[in-house]
Design a protein around this ligand. Structure first.
Ligand code: GUN
Ligand code: ZN
Length: 448
């Protein structure tokens, strides 16, 4: 079970502490473990340090090649950002003084319209991919803009830097106050098909297209239907937004009077599948959550954005109780931080605020939030068959964390147990503690 049967060649073997989640355990700690990665970047075996000699013979590597982690170091799975707007990185940390719908028209759409310019797109997209990788995001689910060529460029940049990504060309044909940032429904469909075909043609091993209706407010019923059909015919991922603010929910009710709920709008247009991830969902009802559960669609919890734009607070415990798949997202730049460590902390904060309001609320533990940032995100993106934790046969997507990195933000007075080291890193750490990042076995940080 812990050794791959195939005759693959071992490329690297690491020895030290590994922390990860399983579907049954939020935090599993493997101390003095040996993990082998094959030449295809997959985890070939996981064993105990004391089995070194036996494993080196049966798996065919030399004990002298083993890479030993230091005392304050551990490996954890790479983090999964299930919702991030790459173009909005250009104004991250600003423009957080308006509610969602005004914020979109005032700040977001004018900025996104600039991504027609490929050189501007190249510079912002390079920055956001580097920043997120450095902060430990090994998989990102990106919204780009309506521009097909710039969206393809984002795919190329993620591939070049070695980040695993879903990339979406944004679709929007109605209700936009910014005249030059809109497409007709025909353009939107045609360009989506062109985007998908062109991206698939590149055969980037880590990058996939995702069908991306911006949200029900930006898309005519006709466009939603076409996009549902495109996703179905090509078996593609789908991403959008849902029930982020009360005002938005009320407008959707007016625009789609025949639908029973916001969720029903997407359901009716075949946009709720087991490869769908919807951002926010702060104001979903239990009936709507049941529809998520039935269809296998997932939610992306973006607490920084929800607080920054005063949108609402998702009751994560209730979502988990409904057995709806859930990952975390930065939602740059409604969320001002591109770091998933921030998403972890804001998730914990929000859960604690809910506990202050309702003392019976079952507060999320840091172990649970750690799982949401890793395996949970991978499940939410339906990628947990090959990513999300350290299981033999999965791709080695990992962060080498040094809690006591010399220039880092954490002072250690003693060698703590791994669980405490992880807790300190999640609460206090930053990119200085993430000394190496691996995606599919390849070292992608530090940059070459
Ligand atoms: N809803 C529709 N578009 C957006 C967006 O760009 N950001 C956020 N936070 N919500 C949205
Ligand atoms: Zn968003």
């Amino acid at each position: 079970e812990r050794e791959r049967e195939t005759n693959t060649t071992i490329a690297h073997v690491y020895r030290g502490t590994f922390v990860h989640s399983t579907p049954h355990t939020a935090l599993q700690i493997l101390e003095d473990a040996l993990l082998g990665v094959d030449t295809e970047g997959k985890i070939a075996f996981i064993g105990k340090g004391e089995e070194l000699n036996k494993l080196s013979q049966s798996c065919g590597f030399s004990p002298s090649e083993v890479i030993q982690l230091a005392q304050h170091e551990f490996f954890m799975p790479g983090m999964v950002d299930t919702h991030i707007h790459a173009p909005q990185y250009s104004y991250a940390g600003t423009a957080l003084d308006l509610p969602l719908l005004q914020w979109l028209n005032t700040y977001t759409f004018p900025v996104e319209s600039r991504f027609k310019d490929l050189e501007f797109a190249r510079s912002v997209y390079t920055q956001v991919v580097k920043r997120t990788l450095r902060n430990g995001t090994t998989t990102a689910c990106y919204f780009a803009t309506i521009h097909t060529d710039a969206s393809l460029l984002l795919g190329k940049i993620t591939n070049d830097f070695g980040q695993r990504a879903l990339v979406g060309k944004v679709c929007m044909d109605i209700n936009n106050a910014v005249k030059h940032y809109k497409e007709t429904s025909e353009e939107s469909q045609e360009e989506t098909c062109r985007f998908i075909a062109e991206l698939l043609k590149k055969k980037y091993p880590l990058v996939k297209p995702v069908v991306t209706p911006r949200f029900a407010l930006s898309c005519s019923a006709d466009l939603l239907e076409q996009l549902g059909a495109i996703a179905k015919n090509n078996n593609l991922h789908i991403q959008s937004h849902i029930s982020e603010t009360i005002e938005e929910v009320n407008v959707v009710k007016k625009l789609f009077p025949d639908s029973e709920s916001y969720t029903d709008v997407y359901l009716k247009h075949n946009l709720l599948t087991d490869k769908t991830v919807m951002a926010h969902g702060c104001h979903l009802t239990d009936e709507e959550l049941a529809l998520f559960r039935e269809t296998g669609a997932s939610l992306s919890h973006c607490p920084n954005s929800n607080i920054s734009l005063c949108s609402g607070m998702l009751n994560v415990r209730n979502v988990l109780n409904h057995k709806v798949k859930l990952g975390l997202g930065t939602d740059v730049a409604g969320g001002y931080s591109a770091s998933m460590l921030d998403a972890v902390r804001r998730t914990l904060d929000t859960s604690k605020v809910l506990t202050i309001q309702e003392p019976d609320y079952c507060t999320l533990s840091f172990e649970e939030v750690f799982r949401l940032a890793t395996l949970g995100g991978s499940q939410a993106l339906s990628m947990d068959d090959h990513t999300g934790n350290f299981e033999v046969g999965k791709d080695f997507d990992a962060l080498r964390v040094n809690v006591a990195a010399p220039e880092g933000p954490i002072d250690l007075v003693q060698v703590d147990e791994p669980k405490i080291l992880l807790e300190k890193f999640l609460n206090l750490g930053d990119d200085r503690n993430i000394v190496e990042v691996y995606v599919a076995g390849r070292k992608v940080v530090p940059f070459e």
